[in-house]
Write a protein that binds this ligand. Structure first.
Ligand SMILES: *[C@@H]1O[C@H](CO)[C@@H](O)[C@H](O)[C@H]1NC(C)=O
Ligand SMILES: *[C@@H]1O[C@H](CO)[C@@H](O)[C@H](O)[C@H]1NC(C)=O
Ligand SMILES: *[C@@H]1O[C@H](CO)[C@@H](O)[C@H](O)[C@H]1NC(C)=O
Ligand SMILES: *[C@@H]1O[C@H](CO)[C@@H](O)[C@H](O)[C@H]1NC(C)=O
Ligand SMILES: *[C@@H]1O[C@H](CO)[C@@H](O)[C@H](O)[C@H]1NC(C)=O
Ligand SMILES: *[C@@H]1O[C@H](CO)[C@@H](O)[C@H](O)[C@H]1NC(C)=O
Length: 934
C-alpha cells in the first residue's frame, strides 16, 4: 500500500502537491557536497587485514576452527577487533558456511530463534580436534581454500574448477561498526538479487548501481535505493564453455550495508554484526533456490483463494462502497476472490478497531456472511504502531504487559496514522503473546481471512527523540496532513548508534539511520539495539502474526507484509509497495517480482494499475494483462487517485475478463506451482534462464517471464503498442489464447507478436502437459469444474514426449503436504512415436481428488500431424466403461502459424479428445493413431 509515507514525505515537503523527487533532490545536494569534500582528501586506509594464527579441524566432522590476528590497527571507523574466530563447515553436500566473528566477545547476529539454523560452536569451546595442515577443505562440489598472511579465503567449484568467491581481491576489515570484505568476479558472472530495490536496468545487476540494504519506507518509485526489505543474497550465473552453472552467496547479517558491484568485484561494507557467509552450490538456478530455502525456510503455502484476484483501495469510505465494488465485479463478470480494506474500516486509524459509523459491526458481519458463502474472502490492514491512548484496550493491555520498544527506559514515542504511537517489540516473548491475543480478540470482532501488515520497516512520521507537545494537540484536530510530524522532536546524534562512523547510503541520500523510523539507539527486549535489529522488524512481526493466525483459525494463514528479511517468505506474501501508474513502473514490477522469487518469497505482485496517480485507461489495460500473471494479483490505489477497479472502464473490463479468465483456468497449475514452491523453493514466476540456463541471451531478459517451468508471459510494456517483440528459447511455444498459433523458435532473434489492446500473449512450451479447469468468477467455483489436459509436443512431431502434474488439497489445513486422504498428486505423461500417441497418468495419491469428484473432461494435444483414429481408453488398467462418450473433436486440420525462416508456413493438428469423464485420482491411459490426411 501505500503509503508510502515516503511519498507523503515528499508531498509534505515540497510546495507542489504533486509527488516529486524534490525532497530527495534537496537531500542529495547537501550530502553530495560532503562527499565531494571527502573525495578531495585521500580517504584514510581503513584496515590492514588479518593473519591466520592457527587452524584446526574437529575430528568428528564438525568443521574447521581458525584464529586470526589483526596485522595492524587503524582508527578509521573505530578500532579493529584484534582477534577473530573463523568457523568453516560444509553443512550439507551443497552448502558451505564461513562464519567470522570476534574471538573474545559475543557479537550481534540474526537471532537463532527468529531464523532457526545450526549454531557455530561457542567461542573458546573445546572439541577434539587436530591441526589442519592442508590449505583446502572440500565437501560436495565446493572447496574452501585459504591463505594465511594475509588471511584470505576462496570457494571453488570442484566439478569445473571455477572460483566462485575470492576474498583476496580486497582487505578484510572487522571493527565493531564497520566490516568490509570483497570478492573478485569473472566477467562471465551474471548476478541477481541484493534487494529490495527497484532496478530500472532489469533483473540482472548492473555494475556501479548502488545496492544499499536497510529496511526503509521509501516507495518503489525510487530507483536503486534501499526499499522496504533487506535480502543480502545474490545468485551468480555463469556460462563458460556452453554449460551454465549457478550458485548463490548469502551474507546473513541484519545490519545496514552498502554493496558495491563493479562488474569484476563485489564489496560489502556493513555497519555491524558479523560475517556469516553461506555458499549454495547449485549448479542449476532451481537447485540454488532449493538449497537456499532449505536453509531459510520453504515458501509459505498459500490458500487456493489467495491465487484468485484481489481488489483493494485506500479510501473505501464506508461499507456500502465496498459492497458496491463486489457487485461491480459481479456485474462485469470479472473474477474476484478477495476484497480488502486499507485502514478505512478502522476507528481513527487504530489497529483492531472498527469505525462505528462507516463500518458498523452488524452490517459488516452480514456482508462477510454473504461473501463467505460465495467463497470470497476479506482482508484488512494493520500497522505495528499502537495509538497512545489510555482508553484504548489494545494500548492498555500492551502497557500492562510492557511490550513496547524502549528509549532510555520508557516506551519510544513515534507518530504514524493514528497520531502518537508506541511500537510493539516482537523480539519480546511477552510482545508476541500480547499480539497473538490481540489478533484473537480482533478475529472475534471481525472474522477476517488474512492480515496485511504494513508500515513495518518501521515507518515513523517523526525522527529522533520525541515528546507529546505541551502547547497543542497531536494529531492536530481535523488535520488534512496526518503524515506531518506533530510531536516535539529532536534529532539524535549523541550516540555511535544514532551516528555511526560509516554512513550507508540510506534512503539514497545517506540519511541518518534513524530518519523517519525508530531511533537506532532505542532498545528491544534484553537490551537488543534497534541499530542491530532494525531490518528484522517486519520479519519479527510476520512471525508473531503467523503464530496468531495459525493457532487461531486452524487454517493456512495468509499474511501480506511490506517489510521483509531473509526467511519472510516462509510466513508471508509481499507486494512491491507504492508504485506509480506509469509505463516505467509497469516494467519495473517484473524485475522486483522475479527478485522476490530468488529471495524465497514467490507470492509477490505489484499494485495493478499503479498506486497513484490516475493511470490512463490504456495503461490499466496493459497492467491487468501483466498483473493477471503475477503470483499475487491485486489492484490497489491511493485515495487521491480516481477509482480504478477493473470494471471502471469497458476496455479494461474486457482485458480483465481475457487475462483473468485465463488465470482462473490456470488455477490448478498455479496451485501446483504453489505446492512446488513450498516443497522445493521453486519460484512461481521465474526468469526465463531458470528453464533455459544455457540460453545466455535470456540472462538479462526482464520484459518476459515464466510461470513455472513452461508458461511464458510476454506483456506489452509500451504505450500505443499493438505488437510486442518477444524472445523465445528454441522450441515450439503455443499460444494459450489461441492454440492454433505457435511460435517455433530456433535462436534468440525476437519474434513480433500481435498484441491488440485487449489481448495477452501467454505461451506454453513443448514437452509440457498443462492441467487447466474451466475457470469461473471465483476460485471456489472454478476449482470444482472439470479438467482439460493440454499436451504440447514439438511442432509437427512424430517423436516426442511431454509431462506435467497437478497437486490438489482443500487448503483448510495449515500444512501443505502430500498426505493420503488430504491431498492428491497426479503426474501426466504423453508420447508420440511414429503414428502412435499415448497419454497416461501416474497417481501418487488419488483418494482426495476422487472424494472431491474431480474429473478430466478433455485432452487437447498440440503439434501432431494427421487425424486421430482408433481411440482406446483404459482406467486402472481396464477398458474404460464409459468409452462410448469419448470422441475426437476439432480433430480436423488446424493451421499453426509458425514464425519460420523466410516466413514459410507449416501446419500441424490440434487433436481434442472430448466427452471424457475420467476420475482425477485414478490412473488412466489412452492411445490412438494419427492417420495421414490431406
Ligand atoms: C546445457 O548445456 C550443457 C552442455 O552442452 C548440457 O550438458 C546441459 O544438459 C545443458 N542444460 C540444459 C538445461 O539444457
Ligand atoms: C458511503 O460513502 C459514499 C461515498 O462517499 C457516499 O456517497 C454514501 O452516501 C455513503 N453511504 C453511507 C451509507 O454512508
Ligand atoms: C482514544 O480512544 C478512544 C476509544 O477508542 C476514542 O474514543 C478517543 O477519541 C481516543 N482519544 C484520542 C485523543 O484519540
Ligand atoms: C509549541 O512550542 C514549540 C516549542 O516551543 C514551538 O516550536 C511551536 O511553534 C509551538 N506551537 C504552537 C502551535 O504554539
Ligand atoms: C533532523 O535530521 C533531518 C535529517 O537529516 C533533517 O532533515 C532535519 O532538518 C533535522 N532537524 C533538526 C531540527 O535538526
Ligand atoms: C546513493 O544512492 C543514490 C540513489 O540511488 C545514488 O544516486 C547515489 O549515487 C548513491 N551514492 C553512492 C555513494 O553510492
Amino acid at each position: 500500500m501505500w503509503r508510502s509515507s515516503g511519498w507523503r514525505r515528499r508531498m509534505s515537503s515540497s510546495s507542489s502537491s504533486s509527488p516529486s523527487l524534490l525532497h530527495l533532490a534537496l537531500c542529495c545536494v547537501t550530502t553530495l557536497f560532503a562527499l565531494h569534500f571527502c573525495a578531495a582528501a585521500k580517504p584514510p586506509k581503513v584496515g590492514f587485514g588479518y593473519r591466520l594464527v592457527s587452524i584446526e579441524e574437529s575430528t568428528n566432522g564438525g568443521g574447521l576452527i581458525g584464529y586470526l590476528q589483526v596485522k595492524q590497527s587503524t582508527s578509521a571507523y573505530g578500532p579493529d577487533i584484534p582477534h577473530l574466530r573463523l568457523f568453516v563447515k560444509h553443512e550439507t553436500q551443497d552448502r558451505l558456511r564461513v562464519h567470522i566473528t570476534d574471538a573474545e566477545e559475543q557479537r550481534w547476529e540474526v537471532p537463532y530463534d527468529l531464523l532457526p539454523r545450526d549454531q557455530p560452536p561457542p567461542p573458546g569451546a573445546k572439541a577434539s580436534s587436530s591441526p589442519f595442515t592442508s590449505s583446502e577443505y572440500a565437501g560436495g562440489d565446493l572447496i574452501f581454500s585459504f591463505t594465511s598472511d594475509p588471511f584470505t579465503f576462496a570457494v571453488r567449484r570442484k566439478s569445473n574448477g571455477q572460483t566462485l568467491f575470492d576474498s583476496s581481491y580486497g582487505t578484510m576489515v572487522f571493527k565493531d561498526q564497520y566490516l568490509e570484505i570483497s570478492t573478485h568476479l569473472p566477467k562471465t558472472a551474471a548476478l541477481y538479487g541484493l534487494g529490495e530495490n527497484t532496478q530500472p536496468g532489469g533483473i540482472r545487476l548492473r555494475p556501479n548501481d548502488p545496492y544499499t540494504l536497510y529496511t526503509t519506507d521509501i516507495s518503489a518509485i525510487n530507483l536503486n535505493t534501499d526499499l522496504y526489505g533487506s535480502h543480502p543474497v545474490y545468485m551468480d550465473l555463469r556460462n563458460e564453455g556452453g554449460e551454465a552453472t549457478a550458485h548463490a552467496v548469502l551474507l546473513l547479517n541484519s545490519n545496514g550495508m552498502d554493496v558495491f558491484y563493479t562488474g569484476s568485484s563485489l564489496t560489502y561494507k556493513v555497519i555491524g554484526g558479523l560475517l556469516d557467509f553461506y555458499f549454495f552450490a547449485g549448479p542449476s538456478p532451481l537447485a540454488v533456490v532449493d538449497q537456499y530455502t532449505t536453509l531459510i525456510g520453504r515458501p509459505a503455502p498459500m490458500p487456493y483463494w489467495a491465487l484468485g484476484f484481489h481488489q483493494c483501495r485506500w479510501g473505501y469510505q464506508n461499507l456500502s462502497v465496498v459492497e458496491g465494488v463486489v457487485e461491480g465485479y459481479r456485474n462485469a463478470q470479472i473474477p474476484l476472490d478477495v476484497i480488502w480494506n486499507d485502514d478505512d474500516h478502522m476507528d481513527a486509524a487504530k489497529d483492531f478497531t472498527l469505525d462505528p459509523v462507516n463500518y458498523p459491526r452488524p452490517k459488516l458481519l452480514e456482508f462477510l456472511d454473504r461473501i463467505h458463502s460465495r467463497g470470497m474472502k476479506y482482508i484488512v490492514l494493520i500497522d505495528p504502531g499502537i495509538a497512545v491512548n489510555s482508553s484504548y484496550g489494545v494500548f492498555q493491555r500492551g502497557m500492562a504487559k510492557d511490550v513496547f520498544i524502549k528509549y532510555q527506559g520508557k516506551p519510544y514515542l513515534a507518530q504514524v496514522w493514528p497520531g502518537p504511537v508506541y511500537f510493539p517489540d516482537y523480539l519480546n516473548p511477552d510482545g508476541v503473546s500480547w499480539w497473538i491475543d490481540e489478533i484473537a480478540r480482533f478475529h472475534e470482532l471481525v472474522p477476517v481471512d488474512g492480515l496485511w501488515i504494513d508500515m513495518n520497516e518501521a515507518s515513523n512520521f517523526c525522527t529522533g527523540k520525541c515528546e507529546l507537545p505541551t502547547n497543542h494537540s497531536c494529531p492536530i484536530p481535523g488535520s488534512t496532513t496526518p503524515w506531518v510530524c506533530c510531536l516535539d522532536c529532536k534529532n539524535l546524534t549523541d550516540t555511535r548508534w544514532d551516528d555511526p562512523p560509516y554512513k550507508i547510503n540510506a534512503s539514497g541520500s545517506r540519511a541518518p539511520l534513524g530518519f523517519k523510523t525508530i531511533a537506532t539507539s532505542a532498545t528491544h527486549y534484553n537490551g537488543i539495539l534497534e541499530y542491530n535489529a532494525h531490518s528484522l522488524y517486519g520479519f519479527s512481526q510476520a512471525i508473531a502474526t503467523h503464530k496468531a493466525l495459525q493457532g487461531l483459525q486452524g487454517k493456512r494463514p495468509f499474511i501480506l507484509s511490506r517489510s521483509t528479511f531473509v526467511g519472510s517468505g516462509a510466513l508471508a506474501a509481499h507486494w512491491t509497495g507504492d508504485n506509480k501508474g506509469t509505463w516505467d513502473d509497469l516494467r519495473y514490477s517484473i524485475s522486483t517480482m522475479l527478485n522476490f522469487g530468488l529471495f524465497g518469497m514467490p507470492m509477490v505482485g505489484s499494485d495493478i494499475c499503479g498506486f497513484y496517480p490516475a493511470p490512463t485507461e490504456e495503461l490499466c489495460n496493459r497492467w491487468i494483462e501483466l498483473g493477471a500473471f503475477y503470483p499475487f494479483s491485486r489492484d490497489h490505489a491511493n485515495f487521491a487517485s480516481p477509482r480504478q477497479e477493473l470494471y471502471q472502464w469497458e476496455s479494461v473490463a474486457e482485458s480483465a475478463r481475457n487475462a483473468l479468465g485465463l488465470r482462473y483456468k490456470l488455477l490448478p497449475y498455479l496451485y501446483t506451482l504453489n505446492y512446488e514452491a513450498h516443497a522445493t523453493g521453486a519460484p512461481m514466476a521465474r526468469p526465463v534462464f531458470f528453464s533455459f540456463p544455457n540460453f545466455t541471451s535470456s540472462y538479462g531478459l526482464s520484459t518476459q517471464f515464466l510461470l513455472g517451468a513452461s508458461v511464458m508471459v510476454s506483456p506489452v510494456l509500451k504505450k500505443a503498442a499493438t505488437s510486442v517483440k518477444a524472445m523465445f528459447p528454441p522450441g515450439t511455444w503455443y499460444s494459450l489464447f489461441d492454440m492454433t498459433k505457435a511460435v517455433v523458435s530456433q535462436d534468440d532473434r525476437s519474434v513480433t507478436l500481435d498484441a491488440p489492446l485487449n489481448a495477452v500473449n501467454a505461451h506454453v512450451y513443448q514437452n509440457t502437459i498443462l492441467p487447466l479447469q474451466r475457470g469461473g468468477t471465483n476460485s471456489k467455483e472454478a476449482r470444482t469444474t472439470p479438467f482439460t489436459l493440454v499436451v504440447a509436443f514439438p511442432f509437427g512431431a512424430t517423436q516426442g514426449d511431454a509431462k506435467g502434474c497437478v497437486y490438489v488439497d482443500d487448503d483448510e489445513r495449515p500444512e501443505m503436504k502430500l498426505a493420503e486422504g488430504e491431498a492428491s498428486y497426479i503426474e501426466f505423461y504423453a508420447t508420440v512415436s511414429g503414428s502412435t500417441v499415448k497419454v497416461w497418468s501416474a497417481v501418487e495419491m488419488g483418494a482426495f481428488s476422487l472424494e472431491k469428484g474431480l474429473l478430466i473432461e478433455k485432452v487437447c494435444v498440440l503439434g501432431l500431424q494427421g487425424n486421430g483414429q482408433g481411440l482406446v481408453v483404459e482406467v486402472d488398467g481396464e477398458p474404460w466403461a464409459d468409452a462410448a462418450g469419448a470422441h475426437f473433436t476439432e480433430s480436423h486440420a488446424v493451421m499453426h502459424q509458425a514464425k519460420l525462416e523466410g516466413g514459410s508456413k507449416r501446419t500441424s493438428m490440434i487433436v481434442e479428445v472430448g466427452g471424457l469423464s475420467l476420475p482425477l485420482g485414478k490412473t488412466f491411459s489412452m492411445t490412438w493413431k494419427m492417420g495421414i490426411n490431406e
